[in-house]
Each structure stands twice: as C-alpha cells, then as structure tokens.
Design a protein around this ligand. Structure first.
Ligand code: MSP
Length: 501
C-alpha cells in the first residue's frame, strides 16, 4: 500500500502564517498515521514561485525575481520544520527538474490537440492569479482580495477545457468520493455542469516563468506550472517514484476550482491518471475575517510554538474547526483547550499514573490485565483509521479523546489511593494500575500522528518500547518494562497567553 499526500505549494509573495501551517500540519497528521500503519508514504509540500504577484514584490524590493525567491524561500522551508511536518520533499517550481517536466507536460497537451491560440481580454485579479467574470466581483472588486482586477488583453495559448466537460462529469459520477467533503464535490460538479470555458495557459507579457516549449517568448500561466508539481516532484525528488501517482491532495476551498476542475482535465489531456482523491478544507477566520497579511491580522505560528510548544499547535489544528468547515479561531480558545484537554485530561493523567506506579509499586508496572475496556480499544483500533481514511481529522481525535476521558473516569471511580491503604486490595490495585498504564500506552500510540513529541514521552514515562506502529493499539500489550518514575508535567501552565497574540 502506498500513500502519497500533498499540500498546496504556497505563494512566496509573503511569509507563512497560521493558515498555511494549518494545512501543512493536517497533512502531516494523515501521513504520520499511514506510516504507523506500515504504508509506503510520500509527503510533498513546497512553494509556487512563478506567480506574477511574486515578480511584482521582487520588483518593489529592487530585486530580480530569482534573487527574491532564493531569499524568501528560507522562511518557507522553515515552516514544515517548525511544525514538525515529516515531509519527504520540499518542491520549488524553480527546480530544474520541475521546469523540464512542465515543458514536457505542456507539450503533451499541445501534441494531443488541446491547445490553440487566441486573443484574450478580461479582468484579471493578481491576488487570485485568475481572470474574473463580472458576476464574481463585488462592487467591481475581487471579494477575496478587496482590489479591483486589471484589464489584460493579449494573444495567448488556450487549453480546451470545454472539451473535457463530459469526461469530468463522468468522473464525478463514477467516483462519489473523488472530492471530499461531499458538499465540495457538489460545488465542483455544479461548476462543471454550468459549462466550462477554455483558459489560457500562457502569458505573453511576462518573462518570469517557464518558457512555453513551442513558443518560448511566452511563459506558462502560473497555475499550468504549479499544479504539475504534484507529478513532477515524483520524477526527481530523492526516494520518490512515479509509482506514487495517483496521489491525494489537501487544499482549502479558495483553490477548489483549479484542483477539482482544471487539474484533472490537464492530467487527462497529458495522458496521466487523475488524482486518487482531493480533500477541500475550510477557512480559519480571526474575528470573523479571513487571515492575511493585507488584512494585518496574521497569527505567526512561531509565536504560538514559542509559548506552548509544537504539539499543542498541532492538537489545535485538529480541534479548531470540524475539519472541512470554516471556523472562527482565537488565541483565547487555543489557551482554553491547552489547559483543559492537554493539561488536565492528558498531562495530569500521565503524571498521576506514573506517580502512583512509582509510589505503590516501586516503579514496576504490575502485569495484571483484566480491568481495561477491551471493546473500547478495539473500536479505536479500527475506527480511528477509518475516520482518518475519510480525512476526518476531528472525528478521529474526538474518539481518541473519549478514550482519554474514560481513563480519567476510571481512575476517579477506582480510587487507587484508597485501595493502597489496605494490603488486602493489592491484587485489585495491580489490576487498576495495569489498566491505566495499558490505556495510556494505547492512547499514546493513537495520538502519535497528532502529537509526535508527546507520544514517545508518554511511552518512555511508562517504560514502554518506543514502537508506535498501529499494531500496538491492542489490549493488554503493556509490559513491565523499564522502571517508572513520576513524570514531569507534559503541558505546564502558560501564564501569559496574550504574548502569543
Ligand atoms: N500557490 C497557490 C497554490 C498552488 S497549488 C498547485 C496558492 N498559494 S497560497 O499561498 O495562497 O496558499 C493557499 C492555501 O493556503 C489554501 O488552499 C490553504 O491550504 C492555506 N491557507 C491559507 N490561508 C488559510 C486560512 N486562513 N485557513 C485555512 N487555510 C489557509 O493558493
């Protein structure tokens, strides 16, 4: 089994914010989970460098576009590192391997008869890097960027998207889960059914981009270059192979049309398989508004990580919104979940359990199965993977958290501190401590994809082997192991949450 997942490649006209971290973290959780299941995974992220808006920022800064992207790419390469995303390759669309592949890809479309020359005149939003029709504008402005589009008129090479309408409708009919969630598939299908207009895949007036192979005075339109990254990377990234294609794409609703309509059509034309699946998530808003540099309301993921650590940020990604929906987010709600769920539900449970094993049993976990909830463990073992296969990031963490809460209830009900008062209860105390240790070990393995720093700490605190493979999500596999000492708090109190805002 192989699992190939991508994030969008981000524009380098500014630096990363929490919205970009959101997608990258979510993608990493899926990939880590599939790795735990022993699958052959490949995880791709990177940057989209040939945009006109990138060239404009370079000019504003008095730099050549290449100089500019070479500088700013450092901030983007830090993003996956910062959020502990276990990527296999970071693609730049200025990579030689990518450029060659795009030229070959476009040539294939041309040779297939799907490209013709025409004059295009229309309103173009540089923020979207897309032409806009009148009905897409609000008061003459692009609603996403709040700016008036520019009039562009030039002779371009066009892709015959209209010729793919029936094929795309057939694809959506045959594969109801091609695009998830379902309401996004409906949106894409509706757009296709409404009639597709050919779009230009070249730019005559720009020089920053990949030359069109049959007409090198023009460069490729940024989307005809960027989308192709998902396949091009497999031809030259270390440890990649074309065998990973078709893969799965994660993206937000802002770029649905490009991914769910243009991209499959381009692939069909070039003679490649369409993606296996696309998941379109929602938008995070701050105080009811989108997050962007131009709105001046970005949260820098680095600041949250400095204050709370990386795992709390990752946990919040799974919790901030029902994955797929939009949500309003705030630093206050982040802090609240940090204290209540990570600090109390999980962190305290680990501290208490290890302290009791240290105190009552000299740090040796008594191997005395019998009291744990085997049915709940079996449910976790099958249901979490099922939900994550459906990209249900939130549903899976909810199940895991139900289990963590049930362990808290178990300890409150069983009162091991009372049992410890009377030697006659020694066997019962053994069983209670074992059930707790076993439950925590299982919780740690299920949480590994979400909390990759914390899960091994929990296993180590319990003196268990480091192995996080999914087979470990099984009842009664806890061993006596290394001696257990009372663990340090995993999620210490944070006094000044405002510092993160
Ligand atoms: N370069 C294109 C993508 C090309 S992919 C072949 C692009 N870049 S972008 O920098 O604008 O990134 C957009 C993506 O960033 C969204 O689809 C989403 O994954 C992520 N997000 C940016 N802001 C976000 C929010 N406020 N909320 C959720 N996701 C956000 O589009």
């Amino acid at each position: 089994m192989s699992y190939y997942l991508t994030t969008p490649i981000y524009y380098v006209n500014s630096t990363p914010h929490i919205g970009h971290a959101y997608t990258t973290i979510a993608a990493d959780i899926f990939v880590r989970h599939h790795r735990q299941r022993g699958e052959d995974t490949f995880f791709l992220t990177g940057v989209d460098e040939h945009a006109d808006k990138v060239a404009r920022v370079a000019t504003e800064q008095g730099l050549e576009p290449q100089e500019y992207v070479d500088q700013i790419v450092t901030a983007w390469k830090e993003l996956p590192e910062l959020v502990n995303a276990s990527i296999d390759y970071f693609i730049r669309t200025t990579d030689e391997g990518h450029k060659t592949f795009v030229q070959d890809f476009l040539q294939r479309i041309y040779d297939n008869g799907d490209v013709y020359q025409d004059v295009y005149a229309g309103l173009y939003c540089v923020g979207c890097e897309a032409f806009k029709s009148d009905d897409e504008l609000v008061d003459g402005k692009c609603p996403d960027h709040g700016v008036e589009p520019e009039w562009i008129e030039e002779k371009n090479w066009f892709f015959r998207l209209s010729a793919y309408q029936d094929k795309l409708l057939a694809l959506y009919a045959e594969r109801p889960d091609f695009v998830l969630p379902e309401f996004r598939a409906n949106e894409a299908r509706g757009f296709i059914a409404g009639g597709l207009r050919d779009f230009s895949i070249s730019r005559a007036t720009q020089t920053w981009g990949i030359p069109i192979p049959w007409d090198p005075v023009q460069v490729a339109y940024v989307w005809a270059d960027a989308l192709v990254n998902y396949v091009s990377a497999l031809t030259y990234a270390p440890k990649a192979e074309l065998g990973f294609w078709p893969g799965r794409h994660l993206l937000a609703k802002d770029i649905l049309r490009f991914h769910c309509v243009y991209w499959p059509a381009l692939l069909l034309s070039a003679g490649y398989e369409v993606p296996k699946q696309l998941f379109v998530h929602g938008y995070l808003n701050l105080e009811g508004r989108g997050i962007s540099k131009s709105l001046g309301n970005v949260i820098d993921p680095r600041k949250l990580i400095d204050v709370y650590g990386v795992d709390p940020l990752r946990y919040w990604v799974a919790r901030a919104a029902v994955f797929g929906q939009d949500a309003d987010v705030s630093v206050e709600s982040f802090q609240e979940r940090y204290e209540r769920e990570l600090g109390n539900d999980l962190g305290n449970l680990v501290s208490r359990t290890t302290a009791m094993i240290a105190k009552y049993r000299d740090g040796r976990i008594p191997v005395a199965p019998g009291l744990g909830d085997q049915a709940a463990v079996e449910r976790l073992a099958t249901e979490v993977p099922r939900r994550l296969d459906d990209f249900d990031l939130t549903g899976a963490i909810e199940l895991i958290w139900e289990f963590v809460r049930s362990l808290n209830k178990f300890v409150t009900d069983a009162k091991p501190w009372e049992l410890a008062k009377d030697e006659a209860n020694a066997d019962e105390l053994d069983r209670v401590l074992y059930a707790l240790a076993d439950g925590l070990r299982i919780a740690a393995i299920t949480l590994q994809a979400y909390l990759p720093e914390t899960a091994p700490k929990i296993l180590a605190a319990l003196g268990q082997p480091e192995d996080v493979s999914w087979d470990g999500v099984a009842y009664g596999k806890t061993v006596s192991g290394e001696p257990v000492v009372a663990a340090e708090p995993l999620f210490p109190r944070v006094e000044a949450p405002a510092a993160a805002a």
